[in-house]
Design a protein around this ligand. Structure first.
Ligand code: NAD
Ligand code: UFG
Length: 339
């Protein structure tokens, strides 16, 4: 297996994964419509890897574009990152999310099927789990997304599951990410959100660099030790290496589409993340506690046993590493990638 099609390659997780793949000898075909990214990340990936890759600008919903790509380029496996990911936006614009995330996945499966490509890794999310009251999520835990975004991920999982049931030659991993944060240790790749960040780590790092004044902590009355929300943060390079592990293990996975959590298996509170970031950056992070954010749950983290068993992979980077690398990226690129 040598050539991997990576959709959504220019995005946050895609770009780090392309780099890891290139550094492990894979040829990468990077596919993106750049609706939430730019070519700049892929330029940096090629510089860091010291190796060129094929870049195709296109939309995963464009079946003709995909058919043409598969006809001129032999592909051994596909990693499908392309999608929209903002929970609040998905509530306001559900059709856009279902169109992009669900139809995009169907078009891709069709194009792969026509081309005889049967190895597929799908970017799913811990957001498919139901807020059941138990913080540890197993792959067998109750399912119940609470946003159109989460529903779109679950629908794509279901489509792949049903498709695999009648196409037993396919090998499919449904990777459910917990909270990806951090950046490549070089400070050349990282998360570059548009506008004001929705998520904790990019918000903190923009406060640290002086772009935002104060962090709002969404609630300190949760039933957690310090009252703030707890999440399972995973370094984006651990996550990228998880995709490499999944690629190498795909052929040995059980038949059908296999859901696998990618998380560290332990959680950190908002106040712990703030303290770790202050230590890593030497900057103080002013914050004030405000009301809970609607839709948030108190705490959850992964059971990461299945990934260790099936993929022979586990995380190796700490919260301090995540904060150090985020800060290194943010201070070197205060405005993100060159626009
Ligand atoms: P991102 O927005 O940085 O990257 C997604 C990429 O897909 C972007 O480069 C965007 O331009 C591209 N894209 C979107 N729609 C496309 C389309 N129709 N055709 C071609 N390209 C398209 O997001 P990310 O954080 O790198 O997330 C990657 C994947 O992981 C997404 O599917 C996301 O839902 C999933 N995921 C992300 C998180 C997270 O917290 N970052 C958590 C769980 C799951
Ligand atoms: N938080 C704050 N202030 C902020 C932002 C976040 O206090 O400005 C808190 C949240 O309340 C939560 C924690 O920080 O307790 C983490 O919040 P994030 O927004 O960083 O992450 P979420 O867990 O809410 O959401 C993430 C992804 C979603 C995905 C979900 C489950 O952003 O796309 O994980 O995988 F659906």
């Amino acid at each position: 297996m040598t050539t991997i099609l990576v959709t959504g390659a220019a995005g946050y997780i895609g770009s780090h994964t392309c780099l890891v793949l290139q550094q492990h000898g894979f040829d990468v075909v990077a596919f993106d419509n750049f609706c939430n990214s730019s070519m700049a990340s892929l330029v940096r990936v090629q510089q860091l890897a010291n190796r060129p890759m094929t870049v195709v600008e296109g939309d995963v919903r464009d079946g003709a574009c995909l058919a043409s790509l598969f006809s001129r380029q032999p592909i051994d496996a596909v990693i499908h990152f392309a999608g929209l990911k903002a929970v609040g936006e998905s509530v306001r614009e559900p059709l856009r999310y279902y169109d992009n995330n669900v139809i995009g996945t169907i078009r891709l499966i069709e194009a792969m099927s026509c081309a005889g490509v049967t190895r597929f890794i799908f970017s799913s999310s811990a957001t498919v789990y139901a807020a059941s009251g138990k913080p540890q999520f197993f792959e067998s835990s109750a399912i119940g997304p609470s946003s159109p975004y989460g529903e779109s991920k679950l629908m794509a999982e279901k489509i792949l599951t049903d498709f695999c049931a009648v196409n037993p030659a396919w090998n499919v991993a449904l990777l459910r990410y917990f909270n990806p944060v951090g950046a490549h240790e070089s400070g050349q790749l990282g998360e570059d959100p548009t506008g004001i960040p929705n998520n904790l780590m990019p918000y903190i790092s923009q406060v640290a660099v002086g772009k935002l004044a104060t962090l709002s902590v969404f609630g300190d009355d949760y039933p957690t030790p310090d009252g703030t929300g707890i999440r399972d943060y995973i370094h984006v390079m651990d996550l990228a290496e998880g995709h490499l592990a999944a690629l190498n293990a795909l052929a040995e996975l059980p038949p059908g589409a296999t859901p696998i959590n990618l998380g560290s298996g332990c959680g950190h509170s908002v106040l712990e993340v703030i303290a770790a970031f202050e230590a890593a950056s030497g900057k103080s992070i002013p914050y004030r506690v405000v009301d809970r954010r609607p839709g948030d749950i108190s705490d959850y983290f992964a059971d990461a046993t299945l990934a260790a068993q099936l993929l022979r992979w586990r995380t190796s980077r700490s919260l301090d590493d995540m904060c150090r690398d985020t800060w290194n990226w943010q201070r070197r690129n205060p405005n993100g990638f060159p626009k």
